[in-house]
Design a protein around this ligand. Structure first.
Ligand code: NAP
Length: 565
């Protein structure tokens, strides 16, 4: 018997360090950690102690005896990772935290953004005594893409907010939510008031598809659709045309899978989640019955990950299929002696899907298509279809390339969602690499900008999973602390109370930790009243009045307590 890593693995590797026998791999110091799509438990070495279960922030690890039927496929996925023998030390190599030199004024750091990369960076900084971390976010609610990106049917993944709440409760941590850097406070003002400013702003835009018809009504970016169903306030008024029978998604990464699932899910099942009320209402009226997910390369280059595709295949009420002429390998994959574990698993899953007996499971279908490059979106005043060039696979420069065969194909549709990746956006006063859409940096230390650091997607581009941000943040914080210890950072020009006064003079509606707790509590209570996990409050004025009411109630309780003691 052993434990098994399942779909919601976030790769933050907490389990790796909890394991007494080093049986979870790849570990963060192993070369394949950055490319692995999940972690794996060696069934031969696991001593079944369960330490990893307690360490995992997203409940991804399950004892073999408790695997559900759809989860049993992960037994083999975990075991297959260990087919190839590798030398391993007795214990995983711990990456030591860089120690802040004492005897200087306490280190004070501003973090811009409050998503996973920000929270892991704050946690890393707060392992050191007396460090002050101020976390700024332009939204009145924290946790970035965990709240506004992770799909509502992935509640296990969203559980990582319990860890983030614990990080935010530590001494030295302060939230300045509803405060926009570049609007309420400038980058220079932030830097003047801290030893260092660490940008953890993610990639808030998307890579647009530059083909004729890309701006026709009925076309939108998948990332906007995600923000809409997750109740991001910037997208609360978006409208998506769900009145057609077929939707086409361009790109086949995990975002494409998320969007396809939400478009084909039973709205009554989504109703129990924290999906935004406006999206739920629209999905209840949706006429979409089929989603076609289109990749320009081959099956071995599918951008979705093994755990997510395994989850999609396990959905009981969706007819999932792959284009019958699309199961084609590129020459390098076809002739390889051994394939990377993730590619091998994906090909296995796709083969199993192709050979699966057809079961009539209802009216909703997801079809995977490959080898199609979109060339135009057609329609007069609304999308009617997408034209594609059919490709053949060739050996490219290190990766499989494509060449058009000369054949074309049109897929009729009334909704096109482009899902070809997120993109970072420049910040006023901070260097920016336009080509890579990141802040130019060396291991998180921003080039030619002393005292400025970056972590997460704005540092390395939009790749990896929630937990990947932990090792990414450790690297950046290591550089920051080295610079502090070497006396390379300028001390803040004023004390911490001056910063607080400055922020409040620019934004009276700043939301602190108590404010966030008040919104969190109200959202959960409203949700519970309707059998939902959470009912997100999108109206800013309403959120602020809840915060004020909670603050008044707290001070009334305090007065009462004082009077009675
Ligand atoms: P992604 O994984 O980078 O996938 C982008 C897709 O767009 C690829 O199929 C890519 O094909 C295609 N593409 C790019 N440019 C194109 C073009 N000009 N024309 C046609 N196709 C094009 O991006 P994503 O899905 O947005 O995901 C971003 C990150 O978030 C990933 O690391 C993902 O794993 C992560 N994420 C994780 C989860 C989860 O764990 N549950 C959920 C959502 C997102 P090529 O490969 O041919 O370039």
């Amino acid at each position: 018997m052993s434990h098994v890593v399942t779909q919601s693995c976030c790769s933050d590797a907490s389990c790796v360090y909890a394991c007494p026998v080093n049986c979870i791999h790849p570990t963060p110091d192993e070369p394949d950690f950055l490319t692995a799509e999940m972690l794996h438990i060696d069934p031969q070495a696991c001593v079944d102690c369960g330490a990893c279960v307690s360490a995992c922030p997203v409940d991804a690890i399950v004892p073999e005896s408790k695997l559900t039927d759809p989860q049993r496929v992960f037994l083999q996925i975990n075991a297959d990772f260990y087919k190839e023998e590798r030398p391993r030390p007795l214990l995983a190599k711990v990456i030591p935290a860089t120690t802040v030199d004492q005897g200087r004024p306490p280190l004070r750091v501003a973090i811009v953004g409050s998503g996973p990369s920000a929270m892991y960076a704050a946690d890393e900084l707060l392992t050191q005594p007396d460090v002050q971390v101020n976390v700024f976010d332009r939204l009145p609610v924290p946790y970035g893409l965990v709240r506004a990106g992770v799909a509502p049917d992935h509640q296990k993944t969203k559980q990582v907010t319990r860890l983030f709440d614990k990080i935010a409760a530590q001494k030295g941590f302060e939230f300045y939510l509803n405060v926009e850097i570049g609007n309420h406070l400038s980058h220079n003002e932030l830097l003047e008031n801290h030893h260092a400013v660490l940008y953890a702003v993610g990639a808030s835009s998307d890579r647009g598809l530059d083909i004729p018809g890309a701006d026709l009504p009925g076309t939108a970016s998948a990332t906007d659709f995600v923000a809409w169903y997750n109740g991001h306030p910037d997208h609360a008024d978006d409208v998506f045309d769900l009145s057609h029978q077929r939707a086409v998604i361009i790109g086949n990464g995990n975002v494409a899978l998320d969007v396809a699932r939400i478009l084909t899910a039973d709205p009554e099942k989504l109703a129990a989640t924290d999906i935004s009320a406006h999206a739920l209402a629209a999905l209840r009226k949706s006429l979409v019955e089929e989603v076609v997910i289109v990749g320009r390369r081959g099956i071995a280059q599918s951008a979705f990950t093994v755990p997510e595709f395994t989850g999609l295949m396990a959905l009981p009420d969706i007819e999932l299929s792959v284009g019958p002429d699309d199961m084609i390998l590129d020459p390098a994959t076809e002739h390889a002696d051994a394939l990377p574990h993730a590619v091998e698993q994906k090909l296995k899953l796709l083969e199993a899907l192709k050979n699966r007996d057809h079961v009539d499971v209802g009216s909703k279908r997801i079809t995977l298509r490959y080898l199609l490059t979109p060339t135009a979106i057609t329609g007069e005043d609304h999308v009617t279809g997408v034209e594609f060039d059919r490709n053949t696979l060739v050996d490219g420069d290190g990766a499989a390339g494509i060449e058009p065969t000369g054949d074309t194909e049109t897929i009729d549709t009334g909704l096109v969602l482009t899902s070809i990746g997120y993109r970072g956006v420049p910040l006023t006063g901070v260097p920016f690499d336009e080509r890579a859409s990141v802040i130019p940096n060396d291991g998180g230390r921003v080039l030619e900008a002393p005292g400025v650091y970056a972590t997460g997607w704005i540092k390395r581009g939009p790749s990896g999973f929630i937990g990947t941000n932990k090792s990414c943040a450790q690297e950046t914080v290591g550089k920051l602390v080295d610079d502090f210890n070497n006396g390379n950072l300028t001390s803040p020009s004023a004390d911490a109370t001056a910063l607080d006064r400055l922020v409040r003079s620019r934004q009276s509606a700043v939301v602190d930790r108590a404010g966030w707790h008040a919104i969190d509590k109200a959202e959960r209570e409203r949700g519970a009243a309707h059998g939902r996990i959470r009912e997100k409050i999108l109206d800013q004025a309403e959120a602020l009045s809840i915060i004020n009411a909670a603050a008044q109630a707290k001070s009334a309780r305090r007065r009462l307590w004082k009077a009675s003691h």
